[in-house]
Design a protein around this ligand. Structure first.
Ligand SMILES: CC(C)(COP(=O)(O)OP(=O)(O)OC[C@H]1O[C@@H](n2cnc3c(N)ncnc32)[C@H](O)[C@@H]1OP(=O)(O)O)[C@@H](O)C(=O)NCCC(=O)NCCS
Length: 401
């Protein structure tokens, strides 16, 4: 009872609600592992498609398996025309995350195996979702700019093809590799809010698309996937204001004094630096040099440094940069508009969502599937077991002000 009271209203922090074999975080040491492998190793040595296989299948693929999976992903980029027609009906001012959430439901209607619940069918649905989310986002970006969606270039790998379908320009190799690396870094992160949403939805035996559209909705929030775009807005605001490094210091202090957040800092699980942030920081510097935006890197590192120092003064020494802190600048340097940054997070995280959905549906880490059904303490009106006196509507008076 004592423990229950302490854990209420804490957003389930520290509550272990399930077993999982997919990923692991050591928040004290800043370690992230997918299926046993350190994120630093995966970042150096795998592509996103290989990482997606690892998450879905539980092991690293052989060369033949990877080649086959790549072929399946490329083939699944073709989506039925009615999906494009539906996108063309939607308001061009809509936020791409809202479009994506709607598009996932529409893609479900286009999936011939929507209601087939074997493990093999779910793996095929996962392949289609991984292949198609980037296609839909690129198509939407073109449609809202009154351009026609472009066909996939089947000779291009996953991230490069996305950049091509988005811009109509053959992507720079370094940029495409950089984006692929970002996709590896964002592909899974244990029981974060969106993954938990996916798992909770499919625990009712709803299909994979219902789970993934819930995941997209959860990811859209500014405390979750929306933070990278907010960091970019924050960076541009600082860039417009500063004349010297002292101005950055002043800006951070004022922001914290007003009780506002420094986006991209702090984490519900990491109590030290997020290992993904370290990798993205280096990428931000390299791309900054390549694109003439090295200034962004310097401003971010200054905000990071002052932020850490100010948090430490407040007794919150564990607030450090997270995955979103440098990723916004990296995406911007790749030519990605700010409002597509969270959808790109989704392009990656869909691999983890699908792996978790399959684990949940087939109880791969526990004895049997369980429907999530937590309870809450009722703290509302209570008039005893007979209930409150029900007044007919004509006798009710407005409460006096
Ligand atoms: C991610 C986040 C929600 C995790 O928060 P958490 O571990 O649950 O901790 P809380 O939000 O309860 O924060 C604890 C305290 O630190 C403060 N804090 C945490 N992150 C902060 C930030 N980035 N800027 C300013 N203050 C912050 C909170 O305001 C709170 O202060 P209080 O105790 O005086 O009320 C939080 O750090 C945050 O909002 N960060 C900015 C958004 C972001 O980058 N999200 C992406 C996450 S990957």
């Amino acid at each position: 009872m004592e423990a229950e009271v302490r854990l209420k209203n804490t957003g389930l922090r520290g509550v272990k609600v399930a077993d999982t074999k997919i990923s692991y975080i050591d928040g004290e040491k800043g370690i992230l592992i997918y299926r046993g492998f350190r994120i630093e190793d995966l970042a150096k040595r795998t592509s996103f498609v290989e990482t997606a296989w690892l998450l879905l299948e539980g092991t690293l693929p052989t060369q033949d398996e990877l080649a086959q999976f790549n072929t399946e992903i490329v083939a699944a980029r073709q989506i039925p025309d009615f999906v494009y027609s539906a996108l063309k009906q939607l308001p061009k001012t809509a936020h791409p995350m809202d479009i994506l959430q709607a598009a996932v439901a529409i893609l479900g209607m286009a999936d011939p195996e929507l209601q087939v619940e074997s493990k093999e069918a779910n793996l095929r649905k996962a392949t289609r979702l991984i292949a198609r989310l980037p296609v839909v986002i690129a198509a939407w970006h073109r449609i809202r700019n009154t351009l026609e969606p472009l066909p996939s270039d089947d000779s291009l790998p996953h991230a490069a093809n996305f950049l091509w379908q988005l811009s109509g320009k053959k992507p720079d190799e370094e940029m495409a590799r950089g984006l692929d690396l970002c996709l590896v870094l964002h592909a899974d992160h244990t029981f974060n809010a969106s993954t938990f949403a996916c798992r909770e939805v499919v625990s009712t035996q709803a299909h994979m698309y219902a789970g993934v559209s819930a995941g997209v909705g959860a990811l859209s929030g500014s405390l979750h996937g929306g933070a990278n775009a907010r960091v970019m807005k924050m960076l541009l605001e600082v860039e417009a204001l500063v004349k010297s490094e002292d101005d950055v210091e002043k800006w951070v202090k004022e922001r914290l004094e007003k009780g506002e957040k420094i986006m991209g800092m702090g984490h519900a699980v990491y109590k030290t630096i997020d290992p993904r942030s370290t990798i993205l920081k280096q990428m931000s510097l390299e791309l900054g040099r390549k694109t003439g935006h090295e200034n962004w890197y310097h401003l971010l590192t200054k905000i990071d440094e002052v932020g850490e120092r100010e948090f430490a003064k407040q007794g919150k020494a564990n607030i450090k940069s997270n995955v979103d802190f440098y990723s916004g600048s990296v995406y911007s340097m790749m030519g990605i508009p700010t409002d597509l940054m969270t959808p790109i997070f989704a392009i990656s995280r869909v691999a983890g969502w699908c792996a978790h959905i399959i684990e949940e549906k087939f109880a791969e880490a526990q004895g049997k599937p369980a429907l999530y059904r937590p309870s809450a303490e009722y703290v509302g009106d209570y008039c005893g077991p007979i209930g409150c006196t029900f007044e007919p509507i004509e006798e009710r008076k407005a409460p006096s002000v």
